[in-house]
Design a protein around this ligand. Structure first.
Ligand SMILES: C[S@@+](CC[C@H](N)C(=O)[O-])C[C@H]1O[C@@H](n2cnc3c(N)ncnc32)[C@H](O)[C@@H]1O
Length: 307
């Protein structure tokens, strides 16, 4: 088993020998600093009883490190040529399974094979098993991938991902800032989010136009368990941030159209102390959770949502 020497010249040679070039629409920006590949793997604190999902195998350099530490690694790659190179690189590693295809079935769901394989490995690894996502993600699918994984069972206990810095800023954002939005509320409602490292374009080959960030998300099981209807919450969060400039009251009215009338909505808002000048972006994650739950309860009371 070879340890790939992942420098720009090594990678470009390897791809050129195979008659390939990086494909930009697949987000093929490879990490060329081995210390950073190690940092991603190390930051996930992987154990022998963990099943690790990687999205975007590339030539398999991070996959190798994940396989050294984990009980099982499942890695998916959309590009047939890279999948072939990674198969060569990882041959003989019995705890690695490589899938070929798009990690997403559509914007709202993962390719079913992924969670089927994760659940298989999870059961095999026994009571101590955890599920982790550790990946240098293709930037165009990072948001749907992370958002959708938070609906899955098992939900990842830990996610350590390299993403566009701007997306990391949105995940970490606090109320009343420009980056605070549906994604901030959705991930922070379920996870502790922390910044591991900001990465300049120079550590990738080819160089992307923007800075990147390694972000760690730790699922807090009590937070997840506190939701009566997670799907309802997620949909409402998206609706509440859809018109950023409007006042909270008019946003709620349009989100609840045909479900609650204005009087019912005003009752909920005044009970929670949100005046007519309130805006969604000023509300803390907890205030948004309370608002969505109060709206859900109101809908149940008037015969709409399911208890
Ligand atoms: C940023 S590169 C990371 C490659 C490698 N893991 C590394 O760290 O250098 C992203 C990889 O994801 C693959 N990819 C892009 N879109 C994908 C998708 N929808 N599903 C699975 N893999 C995808 C790309 O072909 C590319 O190999």
């Amino acid at each position: 088993m070879n340890q790939p020497r992942q420098t720009a010249s090594y990678l470009s040679k390897r791809l050129t020998q195979a008659g390939l070039r990086p494909v930009s629409h697949f987000g093929q920006n490879f990490l060329i600093d081995l210390n950073l590949v190690d940092l991603i793997a190390r930051s996930a604190e992987i154990r022998r009883t963990d099943v690790v999902l990687e999205v975007g195998t590339g030539v398999g350099s991070l996959t190798t490190r994940l396989a050294d530490a984990a009980g099982a690694v499942l890695s998916i790659e959309i590009d047939t040529n890279l999948h072939g190179l990674a198969q060569d690189e990882l041959r003989g590693r019995e705890n690695v399974r490589l899938l070929l295809g798009d990690a997403l079935k559509n914007k709202n769901s993962l390719r079913p094979e992924i969670m089927e394989n994760v659940r298989d490995a999870y059961e095999r690894l026994g009571e101590e098993a955890r599920f982790l996502l550790v990946a240098n993600l293709p930037y165009n699918i990072a948001t749907p991938l992370i958002s959708n994984l938070l609906h899955e069972t098992p939900t990842p206990d830990v996610m350590v991902v390299t993403i566009q810095k701007e997306l990391g800023d949105r995940m970490l954002a606090q109320p009343s800032t420009k980056d605070y939005g549906a994604l901030s509320v959705w991930v922070q409602s379920l996870c502790d989010v922390s910044l591991v490292r900001i990465l300049p374009p120079t550590v990738f080959w080819p160089r992307p136009k923007v800075h990147s960030a390694i972000i760690r998300l730790d699922l807090i099981p009590e937070r997840r368990a506190s939701f009566a209807d997670l799907e309802y919450f997620h949909q409402m969060v998206r609706a509440l941030f859809f018109h950023r400039r409007k006042f909270l009251r008019s946003v709620v009215i349009s989100a609840m159209k045909g479900r609650l009338d204005k009087t019912q909505i005003d009752e909920v808002l005044s009970q929670l102390g949100h005046g007519e000048n309130a805006r969604t972006e000023e509300l803390t994650v907890q205030q948004i959770q309370e608002l969505v739950e109060a709206l859900r309860q109101k809908e149940i009371a008037v015969g709409g949502a399911q208890a």
